[in-house]
Write a protein that binds this ligand. Structure first.
Ligand SMILES: NC(=O)c1ccc[n+]([C@@H]2O[C@H](COP(=O)([O-])OP(=O)(O)OC[C@H]3O[C@@H](n4cnc5c(N)ncnc54)[C@H](OP(=O)(O)O)[C@@H]3O)[C@@H](O)[C@H]2O)c1
Length: 325
């Protein structure tokens, strides 16, 4: 079978198509004939700087859709031929993928394989950010960095569905601003001025919830743009800044709080919680509450093309790799 791997860290050109043995499922696992693999910013970070990479060569890819090829010992609820979506701990850029059965989801009626591939990382994360960790209440305002990307597109719609009073986004280009405004955002700001823009838009009050995948200076300025009792959820470090540290001086005076979320870390520590999030996300997609448009697709052999688009900060919505053909 074909798979995409890298032997050294670097630009998109380090991604190589290789021939590999078809894997067999171990106990509690299944193998999946991949139809589509999702592309995530974490894949770019893995390739460029080794994010979550334990050894080289490394095969990136955190989510796939496809049909179950073989079922390992002890797996009762899944059968060969079933159409599924799966969250995987690496290895998704391949024609056959091994997945833990606990992270494999049968598709609801009417949900096709192409749309299903957009679900496993972004939608449970977006759901957790709005509902479980961010605890957005009806009428509250929310500010989302990276508003035109995969997470940003889903979060804007979920915030609106949860009854947000105002949904603000932060993006880097005019094209992304137009896109975000078509996906649930009321107003869209730029990174260098977002804190002042928030104060203006909220009459000086600040926002109730900030969702921050950037870190560093952006996170620090965001804390200052929160309303009294405001919450900030850190869920990424796109800026590559040193890990943030926040203490009493930033939090006590206005009753602010800061929390964090990683779907990959949660899948290791509490797979049942990720399962519940994913089932809620699949229902939301099937019911039409949220949709994540696929804005570009690439053959598996051109994974580098997808990485150029997302790494060049020019992508919107969701990018997919097509594993067949
Ligand atoms: N914690 C979790 O469980 C979890 C799960 C999935 C994703 N994430 C994080 O959520 C973010 C979005 O992920 P995605 O896969 O949906 O990707 P994406 O949003 O489709 O694409 C990457 C995003 O990163 C932003 N970006 C790129 N370089 C940046 C920089 N140097 N500084 C600030 N922003 C930068 C871009 O926004 P602009 O060009 O508009 O700034 C773009 O929206 C990523 O940071 C990712 O690591 C976290």
């Amino acid at each position: 079978m074909r798979a995409v791997e890298f032997q050294t860290y670097g630009g998109p050109e380090v991604l190589q198509v290789v021939q590999a043995e078809v894997p067999e499922p171990g106990p509690g696992q299944v193998t999946i004939d991949t139809a589509w693999a999702g592309v995530n910013f974490a894949d770019i970070k893995a390739r460029a700087e080794g994010y979550r990479v334990t050894s080289l060569p490394h095969r990136p890819g955190l989510e796939v859709s496809g049909r179950i090829r073989a079922v390992g010992a002890g797996v009762e609820a899944l059968r060969a031929g079933q159409e599924v979506a799966a969250l995987v701990n690496g290895g998704g850029y391949a024609e056959v993928v091994v997945a833990e059965a606990a992270s494999v989801f049968a598709l609801p009626d009417g949900l096709g394989l192409r749309i299903a591939a957009t679900v496993p990382t972004v939608l449970p994360t977006a759901h957790a950010l709005i509902h479980e960790v961010g605890r957005l209440r009806a009428g509250e305002s929310v500010l989302v960095h990276g508003a035109a990307g995969g997470i940003g597109t889903a979060v804007g719609q979920l915030a609106r569905a949860a009854g947000a009073g105002a949904v603000y986004g932060v993006v880097s280009t005019d094209t992304k601003a137009d896109y975000a405004l078509r996906h649930g955002y009321d107003e869209v700001f730029r990174a260098d001025t977002f804190a002042e823009d928030v104060r203006r838009a909220t009459g000086g009050r600040g926002v109730d919830l900030i969702l921050d995948p950037v870190g560093g200076d952006t996170l620090r300025r965001g804390l200052g743009a929160l309303a009294v009792f405001g919450r900030l959820v850190s869920f990424g470090n796109a800026s590559g800044a040193a890990p943030w540290q926040v203490g009493q001086p930033e939090l006590y005076a206005q009753g602010r709080s800061i929390s964090g979320f990683s779907v990959l870390a949660l899948a290791q520590s509490a797979p049942g919680a990720v399962r519940a999030l994913t089932e809620a996300a699949l229902r939301a997609v099937a019911e039409g509450t949220v949709s994540l448009p696929v804005t570009a697709e690439f053959p598996l052999s051109d994974a580098a093309g997808a990485h150029r688009l997302m790494g060049g900060r020019t992508s919107t919505g969701k990018l997919l790799l097509r594993a067949t053909g």
